[in-house]
Design a protein around this ligand. Structure first.
Ligand code: C5P
Length: 399
């Protein structure tokens, strides 16, 4: 199940006899390539030992308030931010009621309140509790707030009764959790993406380049695949593993990237230019390694072609998205680039002072002709998913 590879699942376990099944859930999630951290409520620890989850997840288990500050760099805000999705399985009637009220009276509910990401719950309770008007109302409110509800299932219950309220089986939960990562907004589209830096040769050994790590571009490729797109990734030199289902073409210089993009572009519906393409290249690169002289050297530079502007100028242009990495006046520069390069959408972010390039977290503002949307600082993979959702909406509206 490709959707779960490298996904970070924060599994919340609350007090229900179904908690024993969550041990198997952890094992299955990890088997599918997900990273799992477990947070237990105090009642859950009476049903099953934290050690069970520690052994199966390979991570320490959080339960008490201060567990999230035990020195592994995971305070409760970091833990909420770490997660690609918070999944509460089993979610007891009490936990669901506290979630609905926005309570933060233990670590798990606090993490949910501190998260702006995906939250899913797998209810587990007696059929009469599930059928109670209070629970029904709680579920309706949670659903309206965008919380995903997995199950419950029907069948025999621990109390000896039969009916609706059983937690789904671990295999069914794995299916449901993988579904959280498939938005489908780009289903049936072909998407071309550039990522990473370019290297502009000075001589046989040396080149000019920049700080781009390719992380944002690769995260976008993964998010676009999850959203159903058929992705081609044209990558400058980076130390990253490409998403399994992307077609990857490796290039070095801006000229090579230009040629690769132009030969692929006609087949694509969407183009995202996340690469940090060098604006200039040495005018006269030497085939030999240039010898050191006892003097200063002048390096003549010549302009590279602007790849994203060339794509946007095509008669049959795809929906075109550019990036603007700026150190100041972000909005002004982004809007001027949007117009000058003929883009449909531009993603602008602050760089310098340890922000933007090379790091794992980023914040971003997306601008289009008559609007904008700010995306708060979070991991590049979460940011990529939010970006893909917005790009998908705009692409669908434009076609
Ligand atoms: O003008 P600036 O380099 O800031 O523009 C950034 C945007 O333009 C990015 O989307 C980048 O991928 C694209 N670009 C390009 N070809 C160039 C320079 C930048 O496609 N030669």
């Amino acid at each position: 199940m490709i959707e779960l590879v490298n996904k970070r699942v924060l599994l919340g376990v609350s007090g229900s006899i179904a908690a024993y099944k969550s041990a198997e859930l952890v094992r299955l999630l990890r088997k599918q390539g997900a990273e799992v951290r477990v947070v237990m409520t105090a009642t859950a620890t009476e049903f099953i030992q934290p050690l069970t989850f520690q052994a199966l997840s390979g991570n320490i288990v959080y339960s008490a308030w201060d567990d999230a500050d035990r020195g592994d760099g995971m305070g409760h805000i970091e833990l909420a931010r770490w997660a690609d999705a918070i999944v509460i399985a089993p979610a007891s009637a009490d936990l669901l009621a506290r979630l609905r009220q926005g309570m933060a009276n233990d670590l798990l509910t606090t993490l949910c309140l501190a998260s702006n990401g995906t939250i899913a719950v797998a209810p587990a309770m007696n059929r009469l509790m599930w059928d109670n008007a209070a629970t029904k109302e709680n579920m309706e409110v949670l659903r309206q707030r965008g919380i995903h509800i997995l199950g419950p299932g029907t069948g025999g219950q621990a109390c000896g009764e039969t009916g609706l309220g059983r937690m789904l089986e671990p295999e069914q939960l794995v299916q449901g959790i993988s579904g959280l990562f498939t938005s489908g907004i780009l289903s049936g589209t072909k998407l071309l993406l550039t990522a990473g830096p370019t290297r502009e040769p000075i001589d046989a050994m040396r080149f000019l380049s920049n700080r781009s790590s390719g992380k944002m571009g690769y995260a976008l490729a993964q998010a676009a695949i999850e959203a159903g797109a058929d992705v081609t990734l044209i990558s400058g030199p980076v130390a990253l593993t490409p998403p399994e289902r992307a077609k990857r073409l490796d290039v070095n210089s801006a000229n090579e990237m230009y040629e690769a993009v132009m030969s692929e572009i006609s087949a694509n519906d969407v183009f995202i230019s996340a690469a940090a393409v060098a604006d200039y290249r040495p005018a006269n690169p030497s085939k030999e390694k240039v010898k050191r002289k006892d003097d200063n050297v002048d390096l003549a530079l010549t302009q590279n072609r602007d790849i994203v502007a060339s794509v946007a100028a095509l008669a049959n242009k795809p929906f075109t998205v550019g990036f603007a990495a700026e150190t100041s006046d972000i909005e002004k520069h982004a809007m001027s680039k949007l117009k000058r390069k003929g883009l449909d959408l531009i993603a602008a972010n602050q760089v310098g002072d340890g922000q933007g390039a090379e790091v794992d977290d980023n914040a971003m503002t997306l601008y289009w002709a008559d609007g904008c949307q700010h995306l708060e600082k979070t991991t590049k993979s979460k940011l990529a998913r939010q970006m893909v959702a917005i790009i998908g909406e705009h692409y669908r509206a434009a076609t």
